[in-house]
Each structure stands twice: as structure tokens, then as C-alpha cells.
Design a protein around this ligand. Structure first.
Ligand code: ATP
Ligand code: MN
Length: 507
């Protein structure tokens, strides 16, 4: 016979009829009180609020604004029928919990994504038709990068490396002179060596630049007006112009977490084949030029998706366009990778848990790493950034290894600016499932929604050697997506109150 330990189970008290009846009456009274309270709360919906900002963007107060007609305010008591485990979409718990994000009514058969989409669409209908127009673009279509070539490249790279801190890799205000010098250095530094980097699955090269800087080269494959197919939100190969535009957009949003990127026209024979190591050289070949005159040099590198049929070939002038991404330097070059909580499965038949469960955010909030400050609001920043650039491919997240406080880097923005006509609302899932945003980003978005933000972005892109970087349609999409984000946040604020939604975690 086994011995009962000191923390063994106590025998339950005898369950008499009187004890049972008394506790049932007590429970009924308690339930009635809770129900009365919940009805009172749900009949009161928060008004839509907007932040009042000082000219410097500081929050000086809140004010109420009217909702466009036809927009229904959701009661705070919204419930949904499913609660699904973070790891296994099939393990539905079927418990009812209140929704912390934007959820369709419990009785609705609508998915959360289509609910948010229709909510945005109803608000869009009430906007004037010229809302997203961009200013007279390309006033001067010359790039501004043609500053004098730096003489001391290593000093430029040292400056860039000195920018890295725990919570930034670029300074908050990169002024015109700094941009001119930096982009001129990137587009003129001699390429000393080129190789096949053992990172990622897409075609790219590793470069050693004059002055001791390492970089990645992502080759241009598409024309500026190429449009990504809409079969999946992540269709097509990397866009080099997307990497460039994303860098500048991040700077404007004060998300200083994107490594420095600049465009460069590179001569394929001289600068790449002429500097290639044996592995890279083995992937070069020549073929008859498409123009019919002479030959063109092509390469296809070595990676999961690197195939001879998809080689990159030199233009008739012998060059290719490319995005040059400066490699981070120690102690900020050792990265720790993790799977994004909002990663896609890339398999329609196997929906990710966040697609199936409108309450997914609660799980993320409870996660030891992703739920902590400042990581959690970094995820909201990420959703805003990715939605504006149209990047539905943020599958892996990276942070500096061993550096505190942690920061979610925004590395790999190649799958951006693919389709200017589609606003992929599912990229905003972290935002509409959590209904949280950092005060700093929210105030910037409000400010940018009142101006022609895309033209501000375009003006910065003029510093790049490959300007123009974005078509007018993509610029218009930037203006439109900023408004869409604010519409989603307005709905969050109506449902949950501004103090729950707009949060300051001190970062
Ligand atoms: N500027 C940089 N500094 C340091 N490391 C970098 C930098 N850029 C990229 N990396 C590292 O190289 C990896 C591959 O880069 P990237 O993600 O751009 O390639 P990819 O081929 O698009 O990858 P994937 O196929 O996973 O999407 C990154 O995950 C990161 O670890
Ligand atoms: Mn990628």
C-alpha cells in the first residue's frame, strides 16, 4: 500500500443538501450582478478619439472626432466562438472569451480578415476622391546622390557602424548631407570581392567593398512598373527597389531598425565576374544579347531558388541595377532568429493559427519573449511597416544576440512594393488582433495622414542613384495604406478605448 505524502489530497467535506442549495443561490445572485454590470458597460461605446499634437509631434491632448455615417460602432462585449491553441489550429478549445482586437460578432460567419476589410471599405467610401493623390511628382527627376565621391571610405563605414545601439541601427535624423555622403560611398566604393553568401533562399551576392565594408547585393529583376500576381500575397521574387524604398520609409517612421540600403548600377563583367570567387564564378555564363548585338553576361548564384533559367543578365550597357545592403558589424552582427508569431504557412490547406483564431493575440501576449516590452509593440510597428510596403513575407524575425533590451530588426524587405492596387489587410493582423500601437508611431501616422506623405518619401528617394524608385501608383498606395491603418486603429479605439490601444512602453 502506498504512503500518502504530506501534500496529498484532503478528503472533501461531506456535501449536504443545505450547503449545496446555499451556494447555488449565492452564485445566481453573483451572476445577476455581473450581467447587470456587463450590460451597462456594453451599452457605452467609446467615442472615436484623435491625438492633438504639437508641431514637434508631442501629444498635447485628445479630441473626439465624428465617425463617417454608416459606420457601426461595435459593442465592447464582442465575443467569438473559437479559441485556438498557438501551436495547433486543430486543437480548438471552443471557449468564449472577450475579444481584445477587432472581431466579427459571435453569430457572424465572416472571417476576421473580411470583417476588418469591410470595416475599412465602409470608411473609405466616405473619403474625398483625391485623398490619396500625390503631389506633382518627379519635379526634378535627377537623383540627388551625385555628391562628390568620398575619399575616405573606411571613415564613412566607421560612422555607419557607430550608429548601432541596442535599439537602433541608424540615427533618428539622417540629414541630407549624411545621406549624400553615404549613398555616394555605397554607389562608388570599389567592389573588391564578390561571393555566394550562405544565407537565405533568394539570389544575392556577398560583397567586400573598398574601405573594409561587407555588404549584400540583391540584384534587380523587375522593371519599376512590374506588378506582382495576386495569387498569393507573397508572389514574385525579391524587388531591389522595394528594399531601397523600405529603408527610407522606416527612417520616416522612425523605425531605425533597417540596415542601410542604397541602389547601385553594377557592371556585371568587371565588378562581379572580375571579382567573383570560384563558387560564384561557376554560375556565370554568356548568351546572345536580347538586342541581337553581341553577348550578355549572366549569373544565377547558389541558393534554394537559384536556377539557370532565372539568371540575372546584364543590360545592353553591361550593367544591372541592385540594392546594396550594408552588413551589420559586431557586436551587432550576431543575430538570433526566431519564427514570427504571425508567420504564414505558405500552404492554403494548412492555415496558420493566427488566421483561424481571432483571439490569437492573447497567446502572443502571454509569450515570455514576444509578450514583453519592448518586443510586443515592436511587433505592432512591424505590422504597420509591412502593411505600408506590402510585405507579406515576414516569416523569420531577428534580434541582436545577447543585447538588451531586445529589438525586432526589420531585415529582408525584398518582397515589398509588388502590387500597388492590393492592400493586403492580413499583414495588419497583429494590429487588428491586438489593437495596440506605440504612441510614438501612432502620433507620426496621424501627422503623416494630414500631408502628402508619399511625396515626402519620394523626396528622400531622390537621394538614391537609381531614382525613381517607386511608381506614382506605389506612392499613392503608401498614402492610402497610412489612412487604412488609422481606420483600423480608430475602430480599435472605439471598441477598447484610447488608453488601451495607444500605449507608451517607454521605447
Ligand atoms: N545587413 C545585414 N547585416 C547582417 N546580417 C544580415 C544583413 N542582411 C541580411 N542578413 C542575414 O542574412 C539572412 C538572409 O538575408 P535575407 O533574409 O535578406 O535573404 P533571403 O534570401 O530573402 O532570406 P529568406 O529566403 O529567408 O527570405 C538574414 O536572415 C540575416 O540573418
Ligand atoms: Mn526573403
Amino acid at each position: 500500500m502506498g504512503r500518502r505524502g504530506s501534500r496529498g489530497l484532503q478528503a472533501p467535506p461531506p456535501l449536504t443538501f443545505r450547503r449545496c442549495a446555499l451556494s447555488m443561490i449565492g452564485c445566481a445572485v453573483l451572476l445577476a450582478v455581473i450581467n447587470l454590470y456587463m450590460n451597462l458597460v456594453s451599452s457605452y461605446t467609446m467615442p472615436a478619439m484623435q491625438l492633438d499634437l504639437s508641431p514637434d509631434g508631442d501629444i498635447v491632448g485628445f479630441h473626439q472626432f465624428d465617425l463617417p455615417p454608416g459606420v457601426h460602432q461595435r459593442p465592447r462585449k464582442a465575443k467569438h466562438p473559437r479559441d485556438i491553441s498557438l501551436d495547433s489550429p486543430s486543437a480548438a478549445a471552443h471557449t468564449e472569451t472577450s475579444c481584445i482586437g477587432l472581431c466579427p460578432h459571435a453569430a457572424s460567419t465572416q472571417t476576421q480578415e473580411s470583417y476588418v476589410k469591410s470595416l475599412v471599405q465602409s470608411r473609405m467610401r466616405n473619403l474625398p476622391s483625391n485623398t490619396f493623390a500625390i503631389g506633382p511628382s518627379n519635379i526634378n527627376i535627377e537623383p540627388l546622390a551625385a555628391a562628390s565621391t568620398p575619399t575616405n571610405f573606411s571613415s564613412v563605414w566607421r560612422t555607419v557602424s557607430g550608429w548601432s545601439k541596442a535599439r537602433q541601427i541608424t540615427p533618428a535624423n539622417l540629414d541630407s548631407d549624411a545621406m549624400r555622403l553615404l549613398f555616394s560611398a555605397i554607389s562608388t566604393a570599389e567592389i573588391i570581392a564578390s561571393s555566394v553568401p550562405k544565407r537565405g533562399t533568394q539570389l544575392k551576392l556577398g560583397l567586400d567593398l573598398q574601405g573594409g565594408q561587407k555588404a549584400l547585393l540583391k540584384p534587380g529583376r523587375y522593371e519599376r512598373n512590374w506588378t506582382a500576381p495576386t495569387d498569393t500575397p507573397y508572389s514574385g521574387a525579391d524587388r531591389h527597389n522595394g528594399e531601397i524604398a523600405a529603408f527610407h520609409l522606416a527612417q520616416l517612421l522612425q523605425l531605425n531598425r533597417v540596415p542601410v540600403v542604397a541602389g547601385r548600377r553594377v557592371n556585371v563583367e568587371r565588378e562581379l565576374l572580375g571579382t567573383a570567387d570560384a563558387t560564384l564564378k561557376a554560375t556565370f555564363f554568356h548568351q546572345a544579347s536580347k538586342s541581337g548585338v553581341g553577348e550578355q553576361a549572366c549569373f544565377f548564384g547558389q541558393c534554394l531558388y537559384c536556377r539557370k533559367e532565372d539568371a540575372i543578365c546584364a543590360s545592353p550597357a553591361g550593367s544591372i541595377e541592385s540594392a546594396i545592403i550594408l552588413w551589420l558589424t559586431e557586436p551587432y552582427a550576431t543575430l538570433k532568429a526566431m519564427r514570427s508569431p504571425w508567420a504564414r504557412t505558405y500552404d492554403e490547406s494548412r492555415p496558420a493559427p493566427w488566421i483561424v483564431s481571432p483571439n490569437y493575440c492573447e497567446k502572443v501576449m502571454k509569450d515570455e519573449f514576444f509578450g514583453q516590452a519592448p518586443v510586443f509593440l515592436d511587433l505592432m510597428d512591424m505590422a504597420v511597416f509591412d502593411f505600408i510596403i506590402g510585405n507579406a513575407d515576414r516569416h523569420r524575425l531577428e534580434r541582436f544576440s545577447g543585447v538588451e533590451p531586445p529589438m525586432i530588426l526589420l531585415i529582408d524587405n525584398g518582397k515589398s512594393f509588388g502590387n500597388s492596387q492590393t492592400d493586403e489587410i492580413s499583414i495588419l493582423a497583429p494590429l487588428y488582433q491586438c489593437c495596440r500601437v506605440r504612441t510614438k508611431l501612432y502620433s507620426l501616422l496621424l501627422r503623416y495622414s494630414e500631408i502628402d506623405f508619399a511625396s515626402v518619401l519620394n523626396n528622400r528617394l531622390r537621394f538614391d542613384a537609381l531614382f525613381p524608385i517607386l511608381t506614382d501608383q506605389h506612392l499613392e498606395a503608401v498614402n492610402r495604406r497610412v489612412r487604412i491603418i488609422l481606420m483600423v486603429l480608430a475602430a480599435c479605439i472605439e471598441s477598447h478605448g484610447i488608453s488601451n490601444v495607444v500605449q507608451n512602453d517607454g521605447f
